[in-house]
Ligand binder design. Structure first.
Ligand SMILES: Cc1cc2nc3c(=O)[nH]c(=O)nc-3n(C[C@H](O)[C@H](O)[C@H](O)COP(=O)(O)O)c2cc1C
Length: 364
């Protein structure tokens, strides 16, 4: 059982962590160094299931990974190595973004991975996870998804809202984090994590106020020193403004939110203008949109081409101004959240006016 503190929730007990702050799974980004840094700081790091050593990454030591093609030749064994690297860097709990195939799951159990993380329809392998004592954190984007996850025995539901970076924020229904959250927490009894559009302590307290029992963040952690993505991607993220991202892919069921660079701007224009799939494929430069976009992603996030590559990023990036170590990010978020809670405590005890409290929140 994790030691209690002001931010302690059921999520801390279930996952055995100190703070209810979870780092989202991010292909090519959440490698062993980031995962261990987050878990060592009291949150929960989540290892991606598609990784590679990015050329210009600032995350130097702690792990050796192959290039992207070599990883794809033997993903289960490379994932095993990455898991072992995490275990060599931390003795704290961590999660792994799973592939629901037999070999992958067998390897997870052999390596004693404590938390399985996934998204999409309710996880088909719940019996396997229960049998091996693995906790299950599952992402969806509606009240209906949350109910189904609860019925299937998922331990923690993650509500992914429209604001978020990367894959499928808000799904086809486009529900936002802060509209969806109170509706989801009223509908289910299992703990809910708010995901999408949160990057600081104010966001954490806002989510807790609406009934979430923690937060899951991608964008904020993709801009940390330990994240495995190319430094050009991180730099582009901390320079982006409130309107600097775009969401594409509804037309071909590959929804992502990314930085609005020249490649993505044109893709968005084509999609919204009703271009045919053939025209879109021609712009992406591949006869399969799935593989074409994957290549664009490697180009952007691993190789650092910020003009022609895909650079996943959430709307909250405009709030993130610097590249910091992940542990420092967690320390700051915890301190900010505690300060907000204390300030509201002072308002209710009468020693601070609401105006003074809100002034403090505007300039934390
Ligand atoms: C750089 C980056 C890479 C991501 N990669 C993946 C991924 O490979 N698979 C996935 O399901 N989600 C991915 N995501 C989405 C995150 O898991 C998470 O849902 C999202 O970042 C939450 O919103 P936020 O960015 O506002 O914190 C990625 C997000 C970012 C920012």
């Amino acid at each position: 059982m994790a030691e209690k503190n002001l931010l302690h929730t059921r999520v801390c007990d279930i996952l055995g962590i100190r703070y209810p702050i979870i780092q989202a799974p991010m292909g090519w980004v959440s490698g062993p160094a980031l995962v261990a840094a987050v878990s060592n700081a009291g949150g929960l790091g989540t290892l991606a299931n598609q990784l590679a050593q990015a050329g210009g990454t600032t995350a130097k030591p702690g792990y050796e990974l192959p290039d992207a093609e070599e990883w794809d030749r033997n993903p289960v064994e490379w994932e095993r190595r990455a898991i072992r690297q995490v275990k060599s860097l931390t003795d704290k709990p961590f999660g792994v973004f799973v592939r629901e195939d037999t070999e992958f799951l067998k390897m997870l159990a052999e390596e004693g991975v404590p938390v399985a993380v996934n998204s999409g329809g309710p996880p088909p392998s719940m019996d396997f996870y229960k049998r091996h004592g693995i906790k299950v954190v599952h992402m969806g984007s509606t009240v209906g998804h949350a109910r189904k996850c609860q019925e299937r025995g998922v331990d923690i539901f993650v509500l992914s809202g429209y604001e978020g970076g990367g894959h499928d924020p808000g799904g086809h229904e486009k529900l936002t984090t802060f509209a969806g959250l109170p509706q989801v927490v009223e509908a289910v009894d299992i703990p809910v994590l708010a995901c999408g559009g949160i990057a600081d302590g104010r966001g954490l307290v806002a989510a807790l106020t609406l009934g979430a029992e923690g937060v899951r963040m991608g964008t904020r952690f993709a801009t940390t020193v330990e994240a495995a993505n190319h430094i050009n991607h991180k730099t582009a993220m901390v320079q982006v403004s409130d309107t600097g991202t775009v969401r594409v892919g509804e037309k071909w069921d590959g929804i992502v939110r990314t930085i609005k660079n020249p490649f993505m701007k044109k893709l968005y224009e084509l999609e919204t203008a009703g271009a045919s799939i053939e025209e879109i494929m021609a712009w992406v430069g591949h006869e399969s949109l799935r593989f074409g976009m994957l290549q664009r992603r490697i180009l952007g996030e691993v190789q650092g081409d910020i003009i022609n590559g895909e650079l996943l990023c959430g709307q909250i990036a405009g709030l993130v101004k610097e590249i910091l170590p992940a542990g420092e990010v967690i320390r700051r978020i915890v301190a900010e959240a505690e300060a907000v809670l204390r300030a509201y405590g002072q308002v209710s005890s009468g020693s601070l006016s609401l105006d003074q409290c809100l002034t403090g929140l505007r300039r934390p």
